[in-house]
Design a protein around this ligand. Structure first.
Ligand code: HEC
Length: 470
């Protein structure tokens, strides 16, 4: 590490010059940029583990029996240790020409011949064009990029609705300015919860088919790695600093798995009362809150220490939650949906007491009830200005808007069948209601209290989030 840093410092100036003005073939070796190890670890190694639709992953061949042997990944881990990354770095740097991506084997071999790649690679063609974001990342590294220089060059972020499809193998990405699906993450069966890195670099998705947390590159929408969990997952949340993902494990006795996003590994499991269902991070970032259907419990965990600070047991299973804030951002009340109850409980955060229980309106005449699995009222959200609460009724195939803090009903909106989850645009003007029974998302105007449009998505859409993505 030390040796490397010295080399890096010594070459920093010439390296910068070489980036600005790529050296012509045969120019003085002093002009070649140095290859950054931290950039390699964070951006290049994930390319070797990424699943590209239609391709085998690089690591599936280049870990064993094939030239350019990367360190095989240790059992149960999705990422290499520092020492392994070092040896990978030495292996890979021998296949590139610093300052010259077009002459680098690493970039030519998997690139289509028509796009300037080598005629043949026994591992197939992974990029059809040099504009592929992965190819560009490789080129940036070969040209001397560091994590700092790359951060300054990142693409602007836009609000997106990430819609999981619980019976599908894809996740739909919706642009809320056009209400169109603008991207799809493919290859995650029975995808459940989603969370996004605050810098927009990654999307995390719980994978119920493999019991993994899948890490998706937000630019390419490809799955970079799958992190084994301690059991069957349900919903997830992420800390405000992006360093920890909290996964509810839907198995007895019940834990919240904690994944460290730098090492891409599960680092601990926090026991809660009963199998986990949803986890949340409070809007002020201070607490992780886990709900359990089987344990009828809600557990409040200090985010910094990851210790339990208090819990509460209800008379019914705990389903989705939503958080109302005090003026200083701290949590004021938690709204709690309960099994087989078409409404929600109101918990005062300071006293840990249920202070109210509010029943949703009865179903409109002529509409058919949807009764299944106890998730009668499922999905809630509070606007960032804490003036409105939207609550789904799966039973009524409707969403209801309440004013805050007085919890007065403003009105109801008929949506698709069996609305299961809801997320709001950052300005709180529009709600995106996932209609599990109609494979669509209803866009609800919060002020006008009406459905604006309905967007077709994948099979049985449930959880959704609003995220800032490239
Ligand atoms: C299906 C197995 C397979 C996959 C997947 C695969 N490769 Fe290969 N790769 C090979 C084999 C076999 C060779 C040696 C024969 C050849 O050069 O075609 C090779 C050769 C290479 C070489 C030249 C090796 C050297 O020693 O100089 C590079 C570079 C390379 N692959 C990069 C990649 C990258 C990057 C990926 C993923 C984007 C990838 N490969 C995916 C099988 C694979």
């Amino acid at each position: 590490m030390l040796r490397f840093k010295l080399v890096l410092c010594a070459l920093l100036l010439p390296a910068a010059a070489a980036v600005a003005q790529p050296a012509a073939n045969g120019s003085a070796p002093a002009a070649a940029p140095s290859l950054d190890f931290e950039f390699f670890k964070a951006r290049i190694e994930p390319i070797f583990t990424t699943k590209r639709p239609g391709n085998a992953r690089c690591i599936s061949c280049h870990g064993d029996g094939t030239p350019m042997k990367l360190t095989p990944l240790p059992e149960g881990s999705a990422a290499w240790t520092d020492a392994e990354a070092r040896s990978n770095f030495d292996l890979i740097r021998a296949r590139v020409v610093p300052g010259n991506p077009d002459q680098s084997r690493l970039l030519r071999h998997p690139l289509a011949e028509e796009a300037g790649g080598d005629p043949h690679h026994d591992g197939g063609k992974h990029w059809t064009s040099k504009t592929d974001p992965e190819w560009q990342t490789l080129a940036a590294w070969v040209n001397g990029a560091t994590l700092t220089s790359a951060a300054a060059n990142t693409a602007p972020l836009h609000a997106r609705i990430v819609q999981t499809n619980s019976a599908g193998d894809d996740v739909s990405i919706i642009d809320p300015t056009t209400n169109k699906v603008v991207g799809r993450v493919v290859g995650i069966e029975v995808n459940h919860g989603a969370a996004a890195a605050p810098d927009g670099s990654k999307i995390y998705v719980s994978n119920e088919a493999n019991s993994t947390l899948d890490v998706v590159d937000a630019r390419t929408l490809r799955v970079m790695s799958r992190i084994p969990l301690s059991g069957h997952p349900n919903n997830i949340s992420i800390s405000h600093d992006g360093k920890r993902v909290y996964i509810a494990i839907r198995e007895q006795k019940g834990v919240v798995d904690v994944v460290d996003t730098a090492s891409l590994a599960r680092v601990k499991s926090i026991p809660i009362k009963g199998a986990g269902h949803n986890t949340y991070v409070t809007p002020d970032g201070r607490y992780v809150v886990a709900g359990s259907v089987a344990g009828s419990s809600m557990t409040i965990i200090d985010q910094k220490t990851e210790e339990i600070v208090w819990d509460m047991v209800f008379d019914k299973g705990v389903r989705p939650l939503a958080f109302e804030q005090n003026k200083d951002g701290s949590t004021k009340r938690i709204f709690v949906q309960l099994s087989d109850y078409n409404g929600f409980a109101v918990v005062d955060f300071a006293t840990h007491k249920e202070v109210q229980r509010i029943a949703l309106p009865k179903i409109a005449a002529g509409k058919k009830e949807v009764l299944e699995g106890g998730n009668t009222s499922h999905g809630m959200a509070v606007t960032a200005d804490n003036t409105r609460l939207i609550v789904n009724s799966r039973l009524n195939s409707a969403a209801y808007i309440y004013s805050l803090p007085d919890l007065k009903l403003v009105g109801g909106v008929d949506v698709g069948i069996a609305p299961d989850w809801v997320t709001l645009t950052p300005d709180g003007k529009m709600a995106y209601v996932a209609n599990a029974g109609s494979n669509s998302v209803s866009v609800v105007d919060m002020g006008g209290v009406k459905e604006v449009t309905r967007i077709p998505v994948g099979q049985v859409p449930k959880r959704n989030i609003t995220a800032m993505l490239p």
